[in-house]
Design a protein around this ligand. Sequence first.
Ligand code: HEM
Length: 486
Amino acid sequence: ASQLLFKNPNEPPLVFSWFPVVGSTITYGMDPPRFFRENRAKYGDIFTFILLGKKTTVYVGCQGNDFILNGKAKDVCAEDIYTVLTTPVFGKDVVYDCPNSKLMEQKKFMKIALTTQAFQSYVPIIADEVSSYFKKSADFKGKSGIVNIPPKMAQITIFTASHSLQGKEIRHKFDETLADLYHDLDMGFNPVNFMLHWAPLPWNNRRDHAQRTIAKIYMDTIKERRAAGKSDAQDMMWHLMGSTYKNGTPVPDHEIAHMMIALLMAGQHSSSSTSSWIMLWLAARPDIMEDLYREQVENLGADLPPLQYEDLAKLPLNQAIIKETLRLHAPIHSIMRAVKQPMPVPGTKYVIPPSHVLLSAGGVTATDPTFFPDPDTWEPHRWDKDSPIAPRMVVKNEDEEEKIDYGYGLVSKGAASPYLPFGAGRHRCIGEQFANVQLQTITAMVVREFKFRNVDGSNKVIGTDYASLFSRPLEPANIHWEKRNA
Ligand code: HEM
């Protein structure tokens, strides 16, 4: 406790709180972006607060993003923080349940599988899943109606991701048992599990049962595929079945299964929340939804032929929708790292001691007027070339990805960017391109099918739910839909 009370001049300012152990846990947890903004105004870019008894040092701004996300493996560590939560959910020997060098190899396998050829095969799969979803769903019967959109987008996300990345056998199992099993598994991602991950609570028992059952489904599918000898699918599972670690060991089946779980879980929350925000903004801005429809008619042809991967590049506004939505609603608002040895902060008197956790909040720079004029307005046209509110800084994203070698030690140069919804450095997202392809395809297909508006006709969207690990819209988040060719 004395450590919490006496101030070391080389440590950043401590956010005041009346409660010694709880500290600022509640004010942070209720609205993290507001907590960051208010304390940045009071203390500057670096400050410390107490999160569940732990000194947690936030460093925002471009230099802060770089300091934390581009940190060296000897200084900062993600697995110390995340493994209690992720290992029971994903399973053993993958992601944070192995040395970082092994994760780097696993990420490289997954990244290599995401070729242009793979994306070319994914777009028609995703487009078909979206149209058949709307054809079959009871909530979209008739000419118009009102629907709470996030649960629908969650289903569309998991159907499209499982079909494209894991193949049609796995996709079919979502119509049977997999949907419920993944739902149980998901309960392991409850933030209280940072403390109670080990407890024999009912939801943890269901989590463990679901993990074992899902892993077995994947391992059985792998065996069937091996027995059949060949697959024409471009999916990730098939690629991993042919991958070998640098030490010569082929990736074992249980690791492939666990990587499949990790991949689906990592993509599910972030993409599903993002697609819900997109739909909510389209309902708030029907004018933009019409711009998007016109863009497709003008650039792809009035008959709107079946969507192909190459078409996505011809739809800049459709692309900007994703960028702008992630700017305001990055689903991962806080990225944490354990500090392994004292870390001097360049240009300051501060040294961050190993007892601290570092917290990076890229959303702060993404909503900073220095870089994004009129920052709180959702305006996809800001990404147009000659927009008066265009971002005031070269924003690196997809291209920069190419510069990263997922070998040991090499990290991103772009970590000092104000716009990092996919993170940076050794833990940077490998799913960025997939998420873009998936979200652009879903958006384009929805725009073909529907006109949305808010139920009350306003231009506002609902607030954010920060209670789970990934932020998402509060529910119910109802929108009014109308079929375009009704
Ligand atoms: C890592 C965001 C979709 C797989 C990350 C990180 C962020 C992020 C911020 C860095 C986490 C950290 O530094 O601790 C997003 C967003 C997505 C998305 C905003 C969608 C809109 C996906 C998808 C996949 C995926 C679709 C899989 C196909 C991964 C993996 C990592 C990662 C494997 C690496 C974790 C690590 O190295 O520690 N993502 N992601 N993500 N993401 Fe994504």
